[in-house]
Design a protein around this ligand. Structure first.
Ligand code: ASP
Length: 338
C-alpha cells in the first residue's frame, strides 16, 4: 500500500459509537468486563490518530455518532445508527463505512444493519476486548484491519462484516462467545475470511439474503415493535411472559433448552398468550438449528422457530418481520429465509 497514489484510495467514513475500543484506564492487563477502566471515553478522531498506517489504507473521515457502552444501545439508537449508515452509503463520496462499537451488543447492531441498510458498499464493524491503555490492547489492530477490509472492493456485496482478531465474520452468524479473551468472536459456520498480511482473504460466501436483497429497509421503518426474550432455566414462572405481554410485547422469543424445548407446565399459559395475539418464537439457549414440531406442536399452537438464529438476533428478526406480517406461517418463512 505504501507509495500508493492517494487519489486511488477509497473514501472510508469512521463512525464512532463508544465501547471498550474507546476505553481507557485500569491496569495494564485490564480486559473487557472489568470495572477498572471506563468504556467510551476516547473520541473516534483520537482512535484513528493512534493507529499507525491507517491513513495509508484509505482516505478517512471520522464522525462521532454516540459515545456509549454498547449495553446502552436501545432500539431508538439502533434505528438512528442504521439511518446514518444508509445515508452515508448513498453519498457518492463515501465508498465504505467502518463502525467502532462496544463488543457486548455488536452482533445485534451488525445484524440489524445487515438486514436493513440497502447498500452493497462495505459496512464493517469492529471493537476491542481491551481498552487502549492495556498492554494487550487489541483495538488498534482491529481498527487497522477493519479499514483494510472496508477499503477493498472485494468486500462489497458480502453483507455487513465484523472484523475482530484477524477474522472477517458475517453479521448473520457472528456472536460474542467469551467475556475476556481477545478471541471473543466466533461464527458457528466459520468466518467468511481472514485478514492476512493486512488484506482480506475470502473462503466462503453467505447464502442468505441481506442488504440490497433484504425485504426490510431502514427508510420504511419508523419504530420497532416491542419483542422480549425470556431465557429458559429450571423452575420457570409464567408471570415473566405475562409481564412482557402486558408491556405490549408483540412477540416473545423463548430461548429454550437444547432444541428449543418448552417446559410442559408453560405450554398452557403460553397458548393463552398466543390466543391473545402474542407471537411466540422458539430459539435455543444452546445454539444450533431447530426443527419445527420437535418438542412443541408448532403447527397447532402457531409457534415460529428461529432456524439457527441466537435469541438476541431472533428478537430483531421477529421485530422486523412484525413490521410487515402478523401471520406466524409467513413469519416462519422469514426465519427460514434469513
Ligand atoms: N462493555 C463494553 C461495551 O460493549 C465491552 C466492550 O466493548 O468490549 O461497550
Amino acid at each position: 500500500m505504501q507509495g500508493m497514489d492517494a487519489s486511488a484510495l477509497s473514501h472510508v467514513v469512521l463512525l464512532g459509537t463508544g465501547g471498550t475500543i474507546a476505553g481507557a484506564g485500569g491496569g495494564a492487563t485490564t480486559g473487557a468486563g472489568s470495572a477498572a477502566y471506563q468504556a467510551a471515553v476516547v473520541t473516534i478522531d483520537e482512535l484513528a490518530r493512534q493507529v499507525p498506517g491507517l491513513r495509508q489504507l484509505a482516505r478517512l473521515r471520522a464522525e462521532q455518532l454516540f459515545q456509549i457502552d454498547s449495553a446502552d444501545f436501545t432500539d431508538e439508537r439502533l434505528l438512528q445508527l442504521a439511518r446514518k449508515v444508509a445515508a452515508l452509503c448513498r453519498q457518492d463520496d463515501v465508498d465504505a463505512v467502518v463502525i467502532t462499537h462496544g463488543t457486548d451488543t455488536l452482533e445485534e447492531t451488525a445484524y440489524f444493519l445487515h438486514l436493513t441498510v440497502h447498500s452493497s458498499k462495505p459496512i464493517v464493524l469492529t471493537g476491542s476486548m481491551r481498552p487502549g491503555t492495556a498492554v494487550s490492547a487489541d483495538g488498534p489492530a482491529n481498527l487497522l484491519h477493519a479499514v483494510a477490509v472496508a477499503a477493498q472492493p472485494s468486500s462489497a456485496g458480502r453483507g455487513v462484516l465484523v472484523v475482530m482478531d484477524e477474522q472477517v465474520h458475517s453479521a448473520r452468524d457472528v456472536a460474542k462467545t467469551h467475556s475476556q479473551r481477545v478471541e471473543a468472536f466466533a461464527s458457528p459456520h466459520g468466518p467468511l475470511g481472514l485478514v492476512v498480511e493486512g488484506m482480506p482473504r475470502w473462503y466462503r460466501a453467505l447464502e442468505r439474503p441481506h442488504t440490497v436483497a433484504s425485504a426490510f429497509d431502514i427508510e420504511d421503518i419508523e419504530a420497532l415493535p416491542l419483542v422480549g426474550v425470556v431465557t429458559s432455566h429450571g423452575n420457570m414462572r409464567r408471570e415473566i411472559y405475562d409481564q412482557w405481554a402486558s408491556l405490549g410485547a408483540r412477540a416473545i422469543v423463548h430461548a429454550g433448552f437444547g432444541g428449543g424445548t418448552v417446559p410442559a407446565y408453560l405450554k398452557a399459559p403460553l397458548a393463552e398468550l398466543r390466543a391473545r395475539g402474542v407471537l411466540l418464537v422458539r430459539a435455543s439457549r444452546t445454539g444450533g438449528p431447530l426443527a419445527r414440531g420437535g418438542c412443541v406442536d408448532d403447527e397447532a399452537l402457531g409457534w415460529v422457530v428461529t432456524d439457527d438464529q441466537n435469541p438476541q438476533r431472533a428478537r430483531l428478526l421477529a421485530a422486523l418481520a412484525l413490521t410487515q406480517e402478523r401471520d406466524p406461517e409467513r413469519i416462519q418463512q422469514v426465519f427460514w429465509r434469513y
